[in-house]
Design a binder for this molecule. Structure first.
Ligand code: GN1
Ligand code: MG
Length: 360
């Protein structure tokens, strides 16, 4: 068992540690809340970085500092006063490094944003604010001076995800293929359509910008009034398509059920969430978005839901090597719930497109 207190002691934190408890529901890293004894000192977030997935921890941490420093600078220029709750702050180790390696695991600490909340679902009003916040997040990063490296190469590249999917199918490590063949067929049938973004990029029509690439609703911190304070989980913030960020929010917040819902009848696209998020996002991102990016926002919702289905199913066929699971069939349950959402999104595609048209 790792002694977490010893790990925390390597970092330059203020105050005396009172407790260290598990925090959040991320599927990749392990996260803990560090509570300090006095209310005058900050509390902190400790994470064990999943090094099997984030292979270049140096790059990862440098990216995060570049992003958060830039955002902080932008907020100060705008006259923002609540900087502490709006920009993440990385705490270095006592020897000035951005993470600590204990010989086995990589650890990092950030300041816990005070009086903030995360949600697994939001109402349309919160969704509108979130849309606005995401447009602002992307807008602030438009002029990031140094280029960001890819912390996971080809992370949201659908062509690459399909290659991995096909490799998993070919080797069928878990012997589960037969059972899931019907879904494999359904997904492969859509593969050409789902690689459109990569094609548009190669043709020079769709740009890459700095995007978050994990805009799950639970990666946002809200204040008491439902306004987004800050976007967290910056591990995958890197060059990508804006429709990724738009799509991943709709995939999570726009689902009437859960990402891994056991009752597929619960899972459908919530058009109220779609509309309010789209309205907020377009209001704040309009100044820099190209028409082709705006037009493809509904496609983004479909693409990200498809990509997630492919990723969960790949992991299931591979024998659960990537995502944390709570029970043996978890990745299959996730695949089914995401596929159901994909079908619902497909049914609403025209309606989504009409709404986007009405906004521009
Ligand atoms: C992972 O770490 P977390 O739970 O925020 C994953 C995302 C997936 C998501 C599915 C690095 O995000 O890409 O969309 O699970 N992150 C990584 O819930 O693979
Ligand atoms: Mg997360």
């Amino acid at each position: 068992m790792t002694n977490l207190t010893e790990i925390v002691d390597k970092f330059r934190i203020d105050g005396i540690v009172k407790s260290i408890d598990p925090l959040g529901s991320g599927l990749i890293n392990d996260t803990y809340k560090i509570t300090t004894q006095s209310s005058d000192t900050d509390d902190y977030v400790l994470q064990r970085i999943n090094h099997a997935i984030f292979k270049d921890v140096d790059l990862l941490q440098k990216n995060i500092v570049a992003i958060t420093d830039h955002i902080r600078k932008k907020l100060i220029e705008k006259g923002e006063t609540d900087i502490k709750r709006k920009a993440l702050q990385v705490i270095p180790t006592k020897d000035g490094k951005l993470y600590y390696f204990d010989g086995n695991n990589y650890w990092r600490i950030t300041v816990l944003i005070p009086q903030s909340k995360t949600y697994e679902t939001v109402n349309p009003e919160f969704s509108y604010y979130t849309g606005k916040a995401f447009g602002e997040f992307q807008a602030m990063l438009v002029d990031l001076p140094e280029p960001l490296g890819e912390t996971i190469p080809k992370f949201h590249n659908m062509e690459f995800r399909l290659e991995s999917f096909k490799e998993a199918i070919a080797s069928n490590k878990s012997g589960r293929l037969e059972k899931v063949q019907w879904m494999v067929d359904e997904l492969l049938k859509r593969s050409d359509e789902m690689c459109k973004a990569e094609r548009l990029y190669r043709e020079g029509k769709l740009p890459k910008r700095i995007t978050h690439c994990d805009t799950k609703v639970n990666n946002m911190l809200f204040d008491e009034n439902g306004k987004v304070l800050c976007v967290i989980d910056l591990d995958t913030t890197m060059p990508g398509f804006v429709l990724s960020d738009f799509g991943d929010f709709i995939r999570t917040a726009g689902n009437t059920g859960k990402e891994d819902d056991k009752n597929l009848d619960n899972v459908n696209l919530n058009m109220d969430i779609f509309r309010s998020f789209a309205k907020g996002y377009i209001e704040s991102a309009r100044s820099f978005l190209l028409p082709i990016e705006i037009e493809n926002l509904p496609y983004g919702a479909k693409l990200l839901t498809y990509m997630q289905t492919v990723r969960f199913l790949t992991d299931y066929i591979d024998g659960d090597c990537y995502y944390k699971i709570q029970y043996p069939e978890h990745n299959w349950q996730r695949s089914q719930a995401q596929f159901k959402l994909l079908q619902s999104i497909e049914e609403h595609e025209k309606e989504m497109q009409n709404y986007i048209q009405s906004l521009i």
